[in-house]
Design a protein around this ligand. Structure first.
Ligand code: PEP
Ligand code: MG
Length: 399
């Protein structure tokens, strides 16, 4: 909607789903201000700086001019990078990095095309189920997937099976959860909920399997905690594949099935999951939340939400090493992958496959092109040893 220019909220944090959605819509957003709704008046003129996380209320002409200048500078930078969109994502020493896009809504596709991403590394299928009281039929789900796949012919698209629960709630009564309040982030969400609603999950998987006949898609399972959950899902997929074939429906010969690595115990046991997963994708939003016991959408503890914590970095490194040892691809699709300040560090940890909101791709690519793997490794070793300057931003905890 062209009339919304920015977004300021009292609650939430940078990896809350509302913030992720704002990014996907290309809107500047400042979240978790605590007091905005009390302090702001209708008609106030605001400067919303999503990069710095600041909101200026009725700035004077000088301040406004300064911000307009800054806005123009950022726009020039954006245009410069736009002109470089066809350059390959190669490090100085020639290592190729694969860049994929995350999408939240089918409308994001246009942005994906402009960003020159190789494909979609995370297709958050939740949008199919939002803003409605019931679930879409298998046919409607298939049509929505088909629309995205047709817009990106030949591109690799990783569809994530629906990840609801915790902070992603739906009105659909089939997917209603326990009465809320009982630690929802640790409760029935993601794959756990799907396995508990087999009839519902079958419809969803059938739509995805049918879509697999249209393009080289991969299926990614969210919120996995055990090998058994993956095995159960694979069995269900095989059953549905035969069912669909018997009905005369087309299904791809092979549908790679991978897992999100977002539960700390899964990261630490990644080698054990290599036997049941065709690929890993590290979800740093949840991995950080669970590893540090910091609610990702609670602004009161958000200063502690730090993917650069040595504990989190070790899990990332461990997951990449386990994937490499087993010969299965490892991607990262959490917000950490979209921060150009951390790109070199992640390359140094061995990451070769990034997925992020399309708007972040140009800056991340520029960071890759300015990095050598050798320097990146030095940076990664320093970070794993707890190099203090990387942690400086944690000091500003509000008291
Ligand atoms: C994550 O947890 O890092 C992730 C990519 O998934 P979501 O943000 O949708 O939970
Ligand atoms: Mg997640």
């Amino acid at each position: 909607n062209g009339s919304v220019l920015g977004w300021v909220t009292d609650f939430g944090a940078a990896t809350s789903h509302s913030a992720i959605l704002a990014r996907s819509l290309g809107l500047p957003a400042v979240v978790g201000t605590h007091h905005a709704t009390r302090l702001l008046r209708s008609g106030d003129q605001l400067v919303v700086d999503g990069e710095q996380g600041t909101v200026l209320v009725n700035p004077g002409p000088e301040l406004l001019a300064e911000y307009r200048e800054m806005q123009a500078r950022r726009e020039r930078r954006r245009q410069l990078l736009e002109e470089e969109r066809h350059l390959p994502a190669l490090t100085i020493d020639g290592t190729a990095i694969r860049l994929f896009a995350n999408i939240e809504l089918p409308e994001d596709i246009e942005w994906v095309q402009r960003s020159n991403a190789e494909g979609i590394g995370l297709f958050r299928s939740e949008f199919l189920f939002m803003n409605r009281a019931d679930s879409p039929s298998e046919e409607e789900q298939y049509a929505a997937f088909a629309q995205v796949l047709r817009a990106l012919p030949g591109a690799e698209v990783t569809i994530r099976s629906v990840d609801v629960g915790a902070d992603k709630l739906l009105a659909d009564s089939d997917l209603q959860l326990y009465p809320s309040g009982l630690n929802p982030a640790l409760g029935l969400r993601g794959l756990r909920l799907c396995l508990r609603r087999p009839e519902w999950f079958r419809r969803h998987l059938r739509a995805i399997l049918r879509a697999s006949a249209l393009a080289p898609i991969r299926l990614m399972l969210p919120m996995v905690s055990t090998v058994y959950e993956v095995q159960q899902t694979r069995q269900l997929i095989e059953q549905l594949r035969s069912e669909l074939r018997a009905e005369g429906q087309k299904v791809a010969e092979h549908l790679p099935v991978g897992i999100m690595v977002e539960v700390p115990a899964v990261a630490m046991a990644a080698h054990a999951f290599a036997g049941v997963a065709d690929f890993f994708s590290i979800g740093t939003n949840d991995l950080t939340q669970y590893a540090l016991a910091v609610d990702r959408s609670d602004d009161d503890v958000n200063a502690l939400f730090d993917p650069l914590h040595v504990g989190v970095l070790s899990m990332i490194q461990h997951t990449i090493a386990a994937g490499d040892a087993a010969g299965i691809p490892v991607a990262m699709c959490g917000e950490m992958a979209s921060n150009p300040q951390w790109t070199a560090l992640l390359v140094g940890l061995g990451l070769r496959h990034f997925s992020m909101f399309p708007g972040a791709i140009p800056e991340v690519k520029a960071a890759i092109r300015a990095t050598s793997v050798e320097d990146a490794k030095v940076m990664a070793l320093a970070a794993l040893a707890g190099s203090s300057e990387l942690f400086a931003h944690v000091d500003d905890i509000e008291t």
